[in-house]
Design a protein around this ligand. Structure first.
Ligand code: SF4
Length: 471
């Protein structure tokens, strides 16, 4: 989501005539778009600003802007710590970036962080901002901003506000436009995609129980005589998955407590929806899950997972896990290991707990787990995850997989792509443009990747790059 926000900021600035550069030394404007999900983001921001201070001493006309969650959280503090920053803007006024940069040139430093969506705008959530997309064949599409949950470790609700969904038809139109431009894979983005549209149907029902607004809530909801307030994510998956030209639909992230039967059915019945599910577990201990305020138990999580695997064949499942949540005992951690082993994840993003300001978990100082113990648990968890990932990946050796070519690996220069399950594949001795689809024979596997040989080309990209449209 943060990377997509960077694309949106780039889109706004490119519409003003700026051109992107990979070389920071040659830039006239540098925007640091921050994420404060984890603690080290703060350290990285001020480290980067330290380097930019030297650059600005050599290039006094250089403008430096700080955006994103950390700007939303720290506001004036950023300029107090780094007075060479020209502009600070938050998550609710991204659209103001070009104007603030202009004002900073004529009037000096600008700090403008809104506490919520603008009330005087037709587009309070910035849904109309046109991103400058890096890829011509893959695109992120925001379907929802904010979050109505209150996980005790998470800073997102305080820096992104409550959930707001992009109108249904707006999402479908955006995906249709992307398909016309050559995009074949879209990833739908939201903090809790499963609850997409609940706010829309609730407000439609409250304002007018007989509402028949297809554009806001989609045809399936509008034609349902009951028109009860409910999430629309399953309807959206079906609608986006049937857009002509879209070969792959992914989404991130669903919340386990809201993973509805209808969503699993929509995934199973919509061929374009990839066989991939990122379902954040966070902990395998019911006691810790309750303290995290996650709203499910380990067994409930495993039941949902089992249902998804029953309905969607060859489903790859990934997850997020936090190690060392305050008060996590050895027994709690053992329970996490047991659930992780039972779930047989394809991979997991594992994190050591880091306290975030204004969260309940940050106040549990007296129960913080000894850092040495957290590191030891982290390594043990990684071993369990890597073991199941390796088994899963090795089981794919000898199979034919449809791979979407992404380009050259920065690490070793080999051509890389992804299967429908989202698995990274290194393609040996291959030459195909990014955006091509090919059938690939898997010849080897590691815990984090596959290796393969192209057997046949399926299709080449229809267009290499997207243009940025101003206005
Ligand atoms: S669901 Fe929980 S972890 Fe995810 S963004 Fe919302 S509060 Fe944060």
């Amino acid at each position: 989501m943060n990377e997509h926000d960077s694309e949106r900021i780039s889109g706004l600035l490119m519409a003003e005539g700026m051109v992107p550069t990979e070389d920071v030394e040659s830039a006239d404007v540098v925007v640091l778009n921050t994420c404060c999900i984890r603690e080290n983001a703060d350290n990285r921001l001020y480290g980067n600003l330290g380097h930019l201070r030297t650059l600005k001493q050599r290039k006094p006309w250089l403008q430096i802007a700080v955006a994103g969650c950390l700007a939303q959280k720290d506001k004036e503090l950023i300029r107090e710590k780094a007075d060479h920053v020209d502009v600070v803007f938050g998550t609710f006024n991204v659209h103001r970036a070009p104007e603030l940069l202009r004002l900073a040139q004529s009037e000096g430093p600008q700090v403008e962080v809104w506490d919520g969506p603008g009330t005087d705008s037709d587009d309070p959530y910035g849904f109309e901002i046109r991103p400058a997309r890096e890829s011509g064949h893959q695109a992120w599409v925001t379907i929802q901003v904010g979050c109505n949950n209150s996980c005790s470790f998470c800073i997102v609700p305080s820096v992104r506000g409550p959930e707001a969904s992009k109108p249904f038809q707006r999402v479908v139109d955006e995906v249709s436009e992307l398909a016309r431009q050559g995009v074949i894979e879209v990833t739908l983005l939201g903090q809790n995609v499963n609850s997409y549209g609940r706010d829309i149907t609730l407000s439609l029902r409250t304002a007018n129980p007989d509402s028949f607004d297809v554009a806001l809530a989609g045809e399936r909801w509008a034609r349902d005589p009951a028109r009860r307030p409910r999430p629309l994510f399953a309807d959206l998956l079906r609608a986006v998955g049937s857009v002509e030209g879209i070969r792959r639909v992914r989404f991130t992230s669903p919340h386990p407590k809201d993973l509805l039967h209808e969503t699993i059915e929509a995934m199973a019945e919509t061929p374009a929806v990839c066989e991939q599910l990122h379902l954040p577990l966070q902990s395998g201990s019911d006691r810790v899950l309750a303290e995290m305020r996650r709203g499910y138990t380990a067994s409930r999580y495993l039941e949902r997972l089992a249902e998804a695997r029953r309905r969607i064949s060859d489903l790859a499942v990934t997850t997020d896990i936090i190690v060392g949540f305050p008060g996590e005992s050895d027994a709690d951690f053992e329970e996490t290991l047991e659930v992780v082993a039972e779930a047989e994840f394809d991979s997991a993003y594992t994190f050591e707990f880091s306290p975030r300001p204004n969260t309940r978990a940050a106040e549990m100082h007296d129960r913080f787990v000894d850092p040495a113990k957290v590191s030891e648990r982290f390594l043990r968890l990684k071993q369990v995850v890597d073991r199941s990932a390796l088994i899963k990946h090795r089981a794919r050796i000898g199979r034919l997989e449809e791979v979407l070519v992404e380009g050259r690996s920065r690490r070793d220069g080999s051509l890389v792509g992804r299967t429908r399950q989202g698995k990274l594949v290194h393609l040996r001795d291959a030459e195909l443009p990014a955006g091509s689809l090919a059938n690939v024979l898997v010849t080897d596997a590691g815990a984090h990747h596959l290796v393969g040989e192209i057997v046949e080309e399926i299709e080449r990209p229809r267009r290499a790059r997207l243009g940025v449209v101003a206005g």
